[in-house]
Design a protein around this ligand. Structure first.
Ligand code: SF4
Length: 663
């Protein structure tokens, strides 16, 4: 048992469930059992100081169910609660819709109207100092772009400069349409590069500092998983002091945290460090790092992409060269700090230190990753990502798992509520809890169900008669099945494919064959395609990963979800394959723990696209027969909502025709 969070056990504030009914009344909603159960569970977790995992299906109203007890706690304890999301869409929904309405509704019941603010990483805010100061060149990628890209970047730079004159927040997401990373980087700094408000000539009006100050005064701070991880794991806090965290879209937490702690090294990262340090130290010292960069470039260009299980001697020597020449540059830069009276020079030195530290520390980390002779005892994985037209080959290093870090740093001294529509895989929270590093006694799990009547509203059809998917693209029988199902549904189909190649192949093969419009991800921005799909009923949309999780289209525009294959990770995915091997070496079932868990999560997310409101009806068609026949199919099916199941091809066609004639 942990220390309870509520500062005053006999709080004078109204109970969380009575606050919920006030909120539901004011917002014009109706009572939902799952929502009430969730409010009570979150309140209990706050009272007991226990971590809580809540699976809450679409339509539960889960944001209200965690916000109400969280706001109550914030007022009681006079400390903010932090709410973290994986996507900008949910962040916007909380800040633009849920929280303003909820604050207004609860204002009269509580000592004051609840307040809230959004806080992001420093890179997301315009840096006023960089806007005006002489800063080292940031155009390290220009050489990789053609002239059109360079002029497009130039236009974006101009737009940022114009926007800078009028923005009140400096928040990149408010710049619409968005700008490329390359353009934005010229006006933003990382936390490491920032001069610090005390030394920066623009410190008093700095957007990032103003956002932080505002976050320190409110009841609810909305942020993202990356900043949450940086706050928990870094040396300096970036979020205001808090004791309660709500992690929404918690199924994404591990991937987001892994991204934050992944290190990378390429000719670009080393060349950037050379450029930044160039004019600040003696040329011969900088030249040594440049030569190391050239060696690395040649080596990575010739190496095959994939996991690097054994450190080739030549790579070891090159990494050591990069490490040592970066260390010499750092020494040549002299002591950190100083330059109090010369902010421009201070900015340039800070930028050089940051880039050099990153190169040096990543090279050290990569070399140390091979410290254990046995592959299965190593804590980190190194792999090479092949280059593209726009990105050079890049060597990466990431931990095998982030559970230990999360347990020590995130879950250590605060209470965490984790929620999502998909957390109980194969009917159990254990898989996710293991990934979060939580032991059996550290947490409670609760599934508050879904307000939808899945067996009556949706059919899960597995095409058991089809051949297993192979490596050589979509079999003709799959294309015929897709065409027949879409015809029966009158379009209205979301096609979720396991790869972009498969989505494109299906689009090409079926565009002329079908008499309904067929869109494919990549034809335009995903946001616009989803909008077109939602607005025109017969239109179909095919795509891959981001559509599995990001499409929310209630109503008759979506009656059929087609899934081409069980979404296992690619066998050559470096991190998942290494994790799988590690579990197997420790005596566990690597396939079930890693690959099947990954597939179950994605499958549950994909099938979750069908029913988005109470009145929705339709069919999920999984073409891969392994969902009905493989030994692991029970685990996968146990991770999905209780749709009415069939393997009879006639049933979904008849149901779709009925729905189509009724719409
Ligand atoms: S304090 Fe940091 S982020 Fe803010 S304006 Fe100055 S350098 Fe930029």
């Amino acid at each position: 048992m942990r220390v309870p969070l509520t500062a005053v056990p006999d709080s004078h504030l109204p109970s969380a469930d009575s606050l919920l009914s006030v909120a539901v009344d004011a917002l014009g909603g109706s009572e939902r059992q799952g929502q009430i159960t969730m409010v009570k569970a979150v309140q209990q977790a706050i009272d007991d100081g226990d971590h809580l995992a809540v699976q809450a299906g679409t339509g539960t109203g889960k944001s209200l169910a965690y916000l109400v007890p969280s706001i109550r706690h914030a007022m009681d304890a006079d400390k903010p609660v932090v709410v973290s999301t994986a996507t900008i869409a949910l962040q916007r929904q909380l800040v633009d819709r849920d929280l303003p309405r909820l604050s207004e509704a609860l204002g009269k019941e509580l000592p004051h109207e609840p307040t809230f603010a959004i806080l992001k990483g420093r890179r997301n805010y315009l840096c006023r100092y960089k806007l005006t100061a002489a800063w080292p060149e940031e155009d390290e990628q220009d050489q990789l772009f053609d002239a059109r890209d360079v002029s497009a970047t130039g236009r974006m730079v101009q737009r940022i400069q114009e926007w800078a004159e009028e923005t009140e927040t400096g928040d990149r997401d408010e710049l619409v349409p968005g700008v490329s990373e390359q353009a934005w980087r010229q006006f933003s700094v990382s936390a490491q590069e920032c001069l610090g408000a005390g030394r920066c000539p623009s410190g008093a009006e700095c957007f990032a500092e103003l956002a932080r100050a505002r976050a320190g005064e409110v009841d609810v701070v909305v942020t993202n998983h990356a900043l949450l991880a940086i706050d928990a794991m870094g040396d300096l806090p970036v979020l205001p002091e808090h004791r309660l965290v709500v992690v929404d879209e918690a199924h994404e937490l591990v991937d987001r945290v892994t991204s934050v702690v992944t290190g990378e090294l390429s000719e670009t990262t080393v060349a950037l460090a050379v450029r930044r340090v160039g004019r600040l130290i003696d040329q011969p010292v900088a030249d040594q790092l440049m030569e190391a960069s050239e060696d690395l470039k040649a080596l990575l260009a010739a190496a095959p992409p994939g996991r690097v299980d054994e450190l080739p001697e030549v790579l070891g020597l090159t990494l050591a060269l990069v490490r040592d020449s970066a260390a010499r540059c750092l020494t040549a830069l002299g002591p950190r700090g100083g330059d109090k009276d010369d902010p421009d020079r201070a900015g340039q030195r800070k930028a050089a230190f940051t880039a050099l530290d990153e190169v040096h520390d990543t090279a050290v980390r990569m070399l140390e990753a091979y410290g254990h002779a046995s592959e299965t005892d190593r804590a980190e994985v190194v792999w090479l990502d092949g280059g593209t037209d726009r990105r050079p080959p890049t060597l990466r290093v990431a931990p095998l798992n982030v559970g230990g870090m999360l347990r020590d740093k995130l879950f250590g001294d605060r209470t965490v509520v984790l929620t999502s529509a998909t957390l109980a895989l194969g009917g159990s929270f254990d898989g996710m809890a293991r990934q979060w590093g939580l032991g059996d006694d550290d947490w409670q799990g609760i599934d508050v169900g879904s307000p939808f009547d899945h067996p009556r509203a949706g059919i899960l059809y597995v095409a058991k008669h089809l051949p297993q998917p192979g490596r050589d693209g979509l079999p003709q029988a799959y294309l015929d099945e897709i065409a027949e199902l879409i015809e029966a549904a009158g379009g209205r189909t979301l096609g979720l494919f396991s790869s972009m190649r498969a989505a494109k192949a299906a689009t090409e093969a079926l565009r002329d064959r079908l008499d309904v419009p067929l869109l494919c991800q990549g034809d335009d921005s995903t946001m616009l395609l989803v909008k077109q799909f939602a607005e025109d009923e017969p239109t179909c949309l095919f795509g891959t990963l981001s559509l599995w999780q990001g499409v929310d289209v209630p109503g008759p525009s979506l009656r059929l979800v087609i899934i081409d294959r069980v979404p296992f990770p690619r066998p050559d995915d470096p991190l998942t394959s290494a994790r799988q091997r590690h579990v197997a070496a420790k005596g566990g079932n690597g396939f079930m723990t890693v690959a099947a868990t990954h597939a179950a999560l994605l499958l549950a997310q994909g099938t979750g696209r069908l029913l988005r409101s109470q009145d929705d009806r339709g069919v999920i068609a999984v073409l891969d027969p392994r969902l009905a026949t493989a030994r692991y199919s029970g685990f996968l099916l146990g991770s999905l909502p209780p749709f009415w199941r069939t393997t009879d091809p006639g049933v979904p066609r008849a149901a779709l025709r009925r729905l189509s004639s009724g719409d």
